[in-house]
Design a protein around this ligand. Structure first.
Ligand code: AMP
Length: 210
């Protein structure tokens, strides 16, 4: 099963990708997580990505495509994968099409005001990157990751000004992908304003009808 999750920042791609990956026993590949980990470890990739991420801009296509290409060659992708946050530009989508086939593109839709509210209450584990939300997906212990007991923090790029910029970039660079995948008959629209459980159910239904 080769699945892409499309949707604006904060719409719930990471949460859904995690649940689908668990249900189907395939890896979730989040380019945002890969970059955040590289920034935290201060690797060469992290140093390059940091400047773009901090501004809410996209990391250049060549860098992202190389990383995803390498990741998809790994053994654990043999039975499929869930891509979260990739592709984000037409150039990335075209490159992905040369690397592998895609079975479905789940397009998570939500109004901006809902997104801005969700993003401001979003928290992430600084150690294992697990995502939480202080209103809809609370950790068992406030400020502490359920999975690894790491500290939960607000992402630097989840601050209101950067979110605004990320939404602009999404509209300009990523929304053309809807038409791109619609034409390929792969696009499945999902109302992401519903509860986490309902979105998950709708996503599973959409995948089984593909
Ligand atoms: P995300 O967690 O998916 O919102 O990604 C966080 C940040 O990582 C984005 O704002 C970009 O700066 C960068 N990033 C993640 N995925 C991509 C991608 N496919 N193309 C370019 N930049 C990306």
């Amino acid at each position: 099963m080769h699945i892409i999750l499309l949707g604006p920042p904060g719409v719930g791609k990471g949460t859904l990708a995690g649940s689908l990956a668990k249900k189907f026993g395939i890896p979730k590949i989040s380019t945002g997580d890969i970059f955040r980990e590289a920034v935290q470890r201060n690797t060469g990739l992290g140093k390059k990505a940091k400047a773009f991420m901090g501004k809410g801009a996209l990391v250049p296509d060549e860098i992202v495509i190389g990383i995803v290409d390498e990741r998809l060659q790994k053994k654990d992708c043999r039975n499929g994968f869930i891509l979260d946050g990739f592709p984000r530009t037409i150039k990335q989508a075209e490159a992905l099409g040369r690397i592998t086939g895609i079975d479905a593109v789940l397009n998570l839709k939500s109004e901006d005001n809902v997104i801005i509210k969700r993003v401001s209450s979003r928290r992430v584990c600084e150690k294992c990157q697990s995502g939480f939300n202080i209103t809809s997906l609370k950790p068992k212990k406030s400020g502490i990751c359920d999975k690894c007991s790491g500290r939960l923090i607000q992402r630097e790029d989840d601050k209101p000004e950067t979110v605004k910029k990320r939404l602009e970039v999404y509209r300009r660079e990523t929304t053309p992908l809807m038409q791109y995948y619609e034409e390929k008959k792969l696009l499945k629209n999902i109302n992401a304003e519903k509860s986490i459980e309902e979105v998950f159910e709708d996503a599973v239904k959409a995948m089984s009808s593909s």
